[in-house]
Design a protein around this ligand. Structure first.
Ligand SMILES: Cc1ncc(COP(=O)(O)O)c(C=O)c1O
Length: 353
């Protein structure tokens, strides 16, 4: 079957681009002796996770417990890191069940509250559970001082049922090295173990070696790229492997084209491109400005395009943020040189708990 025979909109993954990305990032981390622990929240798909593992990934990162359950049940080698504060009886019960089927489970904490909850649950369930301390980089979760992180590490180390395994940060630009170093020095002083020192995020992936303390790295978007990665230069157009294929359904004015995919195909994420706010990059019409969307319509200003799209024509759109885009779709169409090689379910779609 050819991709052009499929109805639109659909989510297409170019296998040549995907494999190129999987290989080049794995090669970099192998060269630097840093474990690659892919974050599966980007693709949520067992097939891609298995491809990552078979290339040498040390395990997986799952933002949510529900994603981890899907991946482990799907046979992805279960060394799982969940970099999320797991709170409440419902989730703690599920986490304990996960520890029985996964090879190894580690979760991140940034408070004594979370750590004590994990400890009580693991002790009662006689489970084996690792804990790492999240360092706060100022934007989201995490302990924001080295002293505070080392203090929390000491608490975790003293708790029954859990094993202190180290620290993590998100993101981890080279400038964050002193924070890692200071925390590790304080932990060393107190004899606290830290076999895991985990950095993360695709944009800074090729700078990971500038923090030699890192033992592993969590990258999510690297297999597929997107409009932001094209802009940043980490991915060429061919390496931006994930595209939403859409049809031009209306040309209401000389300057406007309407596509059959809007925020429910692409997500509502926007980015700045040369002072414009865009929702996607149209491969066939790079000068077009995908400047808005309703749920099922993509709104494109084509005034800067020399040749303008026609009704019935198809386009490939690079999403601004691939992760929520994937979560809008039931299936990923895996394509090589225009031929459909597989149609994969987005297995962990919607697993937000
Ligand atoms: C904790 C954590 N680690 C790693 C990543 C991966 O970052 P990226 O999607 O830039 O590869 C994310 C992304 O949200 C994250 O939240």
């Amino acid at each position: 079957m050819l991709a052009e025979d499929l109805d639109t909109p659909f989510l297409m993954l170019d296998l040549d681009g995907l494999e190129d990305n999987l290989d080049r990032y794995q090669r970099y981390f192998d060269q630097h002796g840093i474990g690659l622990r892919p974050h599966i929240k980007t693709h949520k798909c067992l097939a891609v996770a298995h491809m990552q593992m078979s290339r040498g990934a040390i395990g997986i990162t799952c933002q949510k417990l529900g994603e981890a359950e899907v991946m482990v049940a799907g046979g992805v080698d279960g060394d799982v890191l969940i970099p999320f504060n797991i709170i409440g009886k419902q989730k703690l019960d599920r986490l304990m069940s996960l520890t029985r089927i996964a090879r190894r489970v580690t979760v991140a904490v940034d408070s004594e509250y979370t750590a004590r909850g994990l400890s009580e649950a693991a002790k009662a369930a006689e489970a084996e559970l690792g804990v790492i301390i999240e360092l706060g980089m100022g934007g989201r979760c995490g302990v924001e001082t080295a002293a505070g992180a080392a203090e929390l590490a000491a608490v975790v180390d003293s708790l029954p049922g859990v094993e202190l395994r180290g620290i993590m940060a998100m993101p981890s630009p080279p400038g964050s090295r002193p924070f890692f170093q200071e925390t590790l020095a304080l932990m060393d002083k107190s004899g606290l173990p830290h076999p895991i020192v985990s950095g993360g995020s695709t944009p800074g992936a090729f700078e990971a070696h500038e923090i030699p303390e890192l033992t592993e790295y969590r990258a999510g978007e690297y297999p597929v790229g997107g409009a932001k990665h094209l802009q940043n230069g980490t991915h060429t157009l061919a390496q931006c492997a994930l595209r939403v294929v859409m049809t031009v359904v209306s040309r209401p004015t000389e300057t406007r084209a309407i596509l059959d995919g809007g925020s429910k195909s692409l997500s509502a994420c926007t980015m700045d491109a040369d002072g414009r706010s865009i929702m996607g990059h149209i491969v066939e019409y790079p000068a077009a400005n995908f400047n808005g969307a309703s749920e099922e319509h993509g709104h494109v200003d084509v005034s800067a395009c020399a040749a303008k799209p026609k009704i019935g024509g198809r386009v490939q759109v690079l999403p601004v943020h691939p992760c929520p885009t994937v979560n809008e779709h039931d299936e990923i169409v895996a394509v090589r040189q225009g031929r459909v090689e597989a149609i994969w379910p987005v297995h962990a779609r919607g697993r937000i708990r």
